[in-house]
Design a protein around this ligand. Sequence first.
Ligand SMILES: Cc1cc2nc3c(=O)[nH]c(=O)nc-3n(C[C@H](O)[C@H](O)[C@H](O)COP(=O)(O)O)c2cc1C
Length: 110
Amino acid sequence: MSKLVRKQIKEGFLPQIEDIDISNYDVIFVGSPVWNFSMSLPMKAFLKNNNFKNKTIIPFFTYSGGAKRSKIAKEIEKIANAKDIKKPLFMFENGIFLVKEQIIKWLNNI
Ligand SMILES: Cc1cc2nc3c(=O)[nH]c(=O)nc-3n(C[C@H](O)[C@H](O)[C@H](O)COP(=O)(O)O)c2cc1C
């Protein structure tokens, strides 16, 4: 799977995803697992397919090993061209008890 995703990233492939009408929303939480230290390709497709010009994006991720956090933040900025993009939350997949506190703290600061 990881090998396939690496190939898809290299080739600039983006999966077809369902159309979602975001026009009625000003603030949009966009979440994804980390894939190859970056955002997943369905998330990338979602950011590319929609217009975030007057919208705020609140990104969040789950991961199991590591992520290039500042690179991901910059990539979201570049692709989405949103009005505002909040600092992403990264949640370790096995840290469910820690994650609850982490989410509350994060929500209180955005
Ligand atoms: C193709 C693929 C690539 C992945 N690459 C990474 C990675 O680079 N770093 C990491 O921490 N986790 C990586 N993972 C693990 C997922 O991020 C992790 O399993 C996921 O966040 C857990 O949430 P889920 O159960 O909703 O998938 C990868 C998973 C897949 C399927």
